[in-house]
Design a protein around this ligand. Structure first.
Ligand code: HEM
Length: 440
């Protein structure tokens, strides 16, 4: 089990996991429950969420580097941070990022445009670059002050190492024992922390000089206040949250886009519908409102998030006893809710493994149980970047699919592997072709 968890945690699921509402077991990790019943999912994340905290293993795996960022803090600290950070990603604020999102998507098209017709590209690498630039241009509108590709290498290496669950973590070994696999990740993280410190330093001097502050997340973070207490965010927390936003918002979004392009390459009918919709209705001049005009594209994206949820496993530890799906949960039990399992569960979905965006179109969307579909989590700790991620992905798909068509390179093996996010194990090699008559 340890080997499978380290190789690919998806491998530990058996047929029963896809068929039962709840599975309980005693493992070397202690008592565990894997929960697949929407009412129980709702209880964990919403109705009784005060009884479930982020579990120690998750915090150990993510904790390195994300420090006291929003994703990994708990209790009152989390509440205060969430209140202070919520306005950064509110429905009012997100449209302000749309112009930058379009610019970055246009730049991605321009990068691919000179490539030879029929050239094979690794779409997962391209998407990682686009989503990092999205964050760069919205977090720090004046850039990272470093070569973006240097950042990307550091980030990929970081995730590759922290994303592998270390046997010492599974065994609960104390943190002072070195996890050798992580040392490489630590170097990447130090690179990262230094770069972010430089950026914060530069911004503070800019603000101190009386120059106007750019409207980006860094300015918002430095000015953010808890609306209840009026307290600002400490510099450590600003740094931790910048790393957190990049950590939580980079690979997740890149993988969702990569899986979307893959699924479309396997479904020519849907691809034709998306292309027709984009040709007729995608209007980048409608900077903020463009996404509403693309319901088919959005349904395709939502279906991709169902089949390949980038955050494939969520977990919590029960603080006190509870009852979930008719089973008694003891204090200390680690409860796993896997969006990957839930979204492909035999009891919850018709033809669960089939790619069918129709599920998300029109009235069909209303019949999906809110707690059977949780690519962004649920309840008070739902992804704070959800609206941001949806808008940037729609912008990328609009610009990219207007210009190109992607087909899977013959013989390229496709299989999902769960690191921190759900990645394609071998990247995603695709053949790039220009669309006829496409405006470039
Ligand atoms: C397709 C893209 C994304 C997916 C699938 C995704 C998924 C998730 C999920 C499932 C959670 C909940 C984790 C849990 O309950 O244990 C979460 C939390 C979070 N996400 Fe995202 N995310 C995405 C993009 C982003 C972006 C773009 C950002 C920031 C720019 C972001 C920042 C965060 C943060 C800070 C949290 C922690 C929220 C809290 O605990 O209060 N995410 N995300």
């Amino acid at each position: 089990m340890i080997l499978a968890l380290r190789r690919n945690p998806l491998e530990i699921w058996s047929k029963a996991h896809y068929e039962q509402p709840i599975l309980m077991g005693n493992t070397i990790l202690g008592e565990r429950a894997v929960v697949n019943e929407p009412a129980a999912v709702r209880r964990i994340f919403l109705d009784n969420s005060a009884n479930y905290r982020k579990d120690a293993l998750q915090l150990r795996v993510l904790g390195l580097g994300l420090g006291n960022g929003l994703l990994t803090v708990d209790g009152e600290d989390w509440r205060a941070q969430r209140r202070a950070l919520a306005p950064l990603f509110s429905a009012r604020q997100i449209p302000a990022f749309a112009p930058a999102m379009h610019r970055v998507a246009v730049a991605a098209v321009a990068r691919l445009a000179p490539k030879r017709e029929g050239r094979v590209v690794d779409v997962s690498v391209e998407m990682a670059r686009v989503t990092l630039e999205m964050l760069e241009q919205t977090l720090f509108s004046q850039g990272l002050g470093r070569d973006a590709s240097e950042f990307q290498v550091a980030m990929t290496r970081y995730f590759d190492t922290i994303g592998r669950i270390d046997p010492l973590d599974l065994l609960g070994a104390p943190q002072f024992l070195p996890r050798f696999g992580r040392l490489r990740g630590r170097g990447a993280l130090e690179f990262f922390a230094r770069a972010v410190d430089n950026i914060i330093g530069a911004r503070k001097s800019l603000l101190a000089s009386g120059a106007g502050a750019p409207n980006d997340i860094l300015t918002l973070l430095l000015a953010a206040q808890d609306p209840e207490t009026g307290k600002g965010i400490s510099e450590d927390d600003v740094r931790a949250n910048i790393v957190t936003f990049i950590g939580a918002g980079h690979e997740t979004t890149a993988n969702a886009l990569t899986w979307t392009l893959y699924l479309l390459s396997q479904a020519p009918d849907w691809r034709a519908r998306v292309e027709a919709e984009i040709d007729a209705h995608f209007d980048p001049a409608n900077v903020e409102g463009f996404a509403e005009a693309l319901p088919v594209t959005k349904a395709v994206l939502e279906e991709a998030l169902r089949l390949y949820p980038p955050a494939a496993m969520l977990s919590r530890e029960a603080i006190g006893p509870d009852v979930l799906a008719g089973r008694r949960i003891r204090a200390g039990t680690v409860v796993t809710v896997s969006p990957f399992l839930l979204h492909r569960h035999r009891l919850l979905w018709k033809d669960p493994d089939a790619f069918d965006p129709e599920r998300f179109l029109g009235a069909n969307r209303d019949s999906i149980d809110r707690y059977a579909y949780i690519p962004f989590g649920a309840g008070p700790r739902v992804c704070i970047g959800m609206g941001f991620a949806m808008l940037e992905m729609m912008a990328v798909l609009g610009h990219l699919l207007r210009a190109f068509r992607f087909d899977l390179a013959p013989g390229h093996p496709v299989s999902p592997v769960a690191r921190v996010t759900l990645r394609p194990a071998h990247g995603m090699k695709m053949i790039l072709r220009r669309r006829q008559g496409a405006a470039m």
